[in-house]
Write a protein that binds this ligand. Structure first.
Ligand code: SF4
Length: 620
């Protein structure tokens, strides 16, 4: 083992590890639905290390048995509060497929086994903490709490649920990435302030019996749970309050109480991010685990260069959680992390990813601070690329070039998603990507081959994707490389009719693309697509939107994306016939036309062999 690994000390997970540090109590107890991997890619360890650096005594309870009160008491009652998170994913998304079938695996658990966390983990863990420690303040956060902070549609119960603050009885909810709010909250609690009086933190939400007069009043839970128009209005009003400069405080009545959601926290600066990533993470799973953790295997040799995404895709919740503003680390900080990786005993020379939610957004953003402070757009790319957007930063290519010079780095890949509509503005990055960082296959996500559906998804549309493909193939050829793309498409997304999916299948055929895996749309909490799925309307335009709901339509849509597989052909033929798109059928399967002609000829009496065969078949 290297010195770096030997020196590393994990945060305590039990009484013995606390005592080894000479601690008789914790200040803050973190509870998480994921295994404890001491790596900045995971929210709980990142926040816990941050508080540790501020001098607080912090412990991590990873995947405790929520049915066993004692499992929560192994490190005793913390002095200040318990911080509860479901983990990196919403627990319902983690547990169920789009068809609501139980998943058999969990990438965030040793051995990849399912079942280590409860359904609706924030609620279950908070109840367990409250059972274990009477009157202890509980702070809920992470993706599940963040995206369920207001009344929201829940696909798994097919109903509108109350804010998770009401259902969990948490004292405070921190949404978004939460570093600034958590540090300030801990400082004030340590100074003796009561949690019930801490109501002014940006990026926090809480329940109250009185609505403050200067807040934006949303339609109540009662209204949004029974009236889709009210739901749309609440969604639209909340979506307009995501800019931390201009956002108003929101209030939503829930019976005789109110959920108050303060404006989001300001984005972190480069220096702040660099400080976080320089914290003494072990970058390993806790030594108590004997089995591999799939999520760790995926990220162990990858580096996060930035956070946030200004793409604003309708089905994605990243903008709602990490924000639209790109927060980037300095090149030096990233290079230091890569250097640390190369000293890992298992490092074989391959850095598997340098990226963030979208790889080619590193250091990009609004070049007009005044416009940015007033901006209410959910995307800087849709419907058109905003003229204020800085679409390229030379630091992107410089960084990759510098990292390639590292003597121990043999391969450096970009595995994070790429926004192909930005690549025309990034010719040097595009070339470097093809030449050094693709590894034969580039993952791209056009998501639909239909103009109308791309519009609902807030994606660039098939023409832009075709342009990208042509450029990609042309550049690859000039570089003497044989490289393909792995395209990602979503089936059964709101707005997608069978006709749209037939167009998408034709788009695939015309562009010589084959989809390997289809992602069926899942209405995850908080996204625009989920709102449309629930109400059947675009909340901004009021237009009615087709929602594929029946199992038959979903199956046919999926089959169309996989039209090249023989086992899907029956459904594809049925879908094309149902939509009277025989033209599409003959384009998708040219041999189909030949066969039809042959059968017609047979009916006219030739060829004889065919006719005889047909008669034999009938006579059986
Ligand atoms: S003004 Fe344009 S570039 Fe700036 S934040 Fe708004 S949409 Fe993005």
């Amino acid at each position: 083992m290297t010195q770096a690994v030997i020196r590393c000390r994990f945060l305590p997970t039990n009484r013995k590890e606390m005592e080894e540090r000479g601690w008789d109590e914790l200040d803050v107890l973190f509870v998480t639905g994921d295994a404890y991997i001491d790596h900045p890619a995971f929210g709980t360890p990142l926040l816990a290390r941050l508080l540790e650096a501020k001098g607080y005594r912090v412990g991590i309870l990873a995947q405790p048995d929520w049915r066993d009160r004692q499992a929560f008491q192994v490190m005793g009652r913390p002095r200040l509060y318990a911080a509860v998170s479901a983990g990196a994913m919403d627990s319902m998304v983690n547990h169920y497929t789009a068809a609501k079938k139980i998943r058999r695996d969990d990438a965030y658990t040793p051995g990849g086994r399912a079942g280590a966390r409860p359904n609706r983990a924030v609620i279950a863990y908070t109840a367990a903490v409250k059972g274990a420690f009477k009157q202890l303040p509980t702070v809920i956060g992470g993706l599940e709490a963040s995206l369920r902070r207001l009344a929201h549609y829940d696909y798994w119960s097919d109903s509108v649920r109350r804010s998770v603050l009401i259902d969990s009885k948490g004292d405070l909810l921190l949404f978004g990435m939460a570093e600034t709010a958590l540090i300030e909250l801990t400082r004030r609690l340590a100074a003796g302030e009561k949690i019930s009086t801490i109501t002014d933190l940006p990026g926090s939400a809480f329940t109250t019996t009185e609505a403050a007069s200067d807040t934006l009043l949303l339609p109540s839970f009662d209204a949004v749970s029974t009236d889709t128009q009210a739901y749309n209005e609440a969604f639209r009003l909340a979506a307009e309050q995501t800019n931390s400069y201009t956002a108003k405080t929101l209030t939503q009545p829930h019976g005789d109480r109110f959920v108050q959601v303060n404006r989001p926290a300001a984005p972190l600066t480069e220096e702040e991010l660099d400080r976080i990533y320089a914290l003494p993470f072990c970058r390993l799973p806790h030594p108590s685990y004997s089995e591999k953790i799939p999520a760790y295997e995926q990220i162990r040799f990858s580096v996060t260069s930035h956070r946030g995404c200004f793409g604003g895709c309708a089905f994605c919740a990243i903008t709602h959680h990490q924000g639209k503003t790109i927060q980037s680390r300095s090149p030096a900080s990233i290079e230091q992390e890569v250097d640390r990786l190369t000293r890992h005993p298992d490092f074989k020379g391959t850095v598997t990813d340098i990226g963030g939610p979208t790889a080619n957004m590193y250091r990009l953003g609004c070049r007009n601070p005044q416009a940015e402070q007033q901006c209410r757009r959910s995307s800087c790319l849709f419907p058109e690329i905003c003229r204020n957007l800085r679409t390229f930063d030379p630091a992107m290519t410089r960084l990759l070039s510098d990292l390639r010079q590292h003597p121990k780095v043999k391969h450096l890949f970009i595995a994070s998603g790429i926004r192909y509509d930005l690549l025309p503005f990034q010719p040097d990055y595009f070339n470097a990507l093809l030449q050094y960082h693709v590894g034969g296959l580039l993952k791209v996500a056009p998501e639909s081959g239909s103009v109308a559906v791309a519009k609902v998804m807030q994606k660039p549309g098939p023409d832009k994707f075709s342009d990208f493909l042509a450029g990609y193939r042309d550049r690859s050829q000039k570089l003497g490389l044989r490289q393909g793309v792995v395209p990602y498409f979503i089936s059964a997304h709101p707005g997608c009719t069978l006709g749209d999916m037939i167009d998408t299948a034709l788009f695939l055929k015309r562009n010589r693309l084959q989809v390997e895996q289809v992602q069926e749309f899942t209405p995850t909490p908080g996204s625009l697509s989920t709102c449309i799925y629930h109400t059947g309307q675009d909340p901004f335009s009021g237009e009615a939107v087709h929602i594929p709901r029946s199992a038959a339509e979903k199956r046919q849509q999926k089959a169309l994306l996989l039209y090249h597989l023989p086992q899907q052909r029956k459904d594809v033929v049925a879908a094309c016939k149902q939509c009277r798109r025989e033209d599409a059928l003959t384009e998708l399967y040219p041999e189909h036309k030949v066969k039809q002609q042959t059968i017609r000829s047979e009916d006219k009496g030739e060829p004889q062999k065919g006719k005889q065969r047909l008669q034999r078949k009938r006579s059986h």
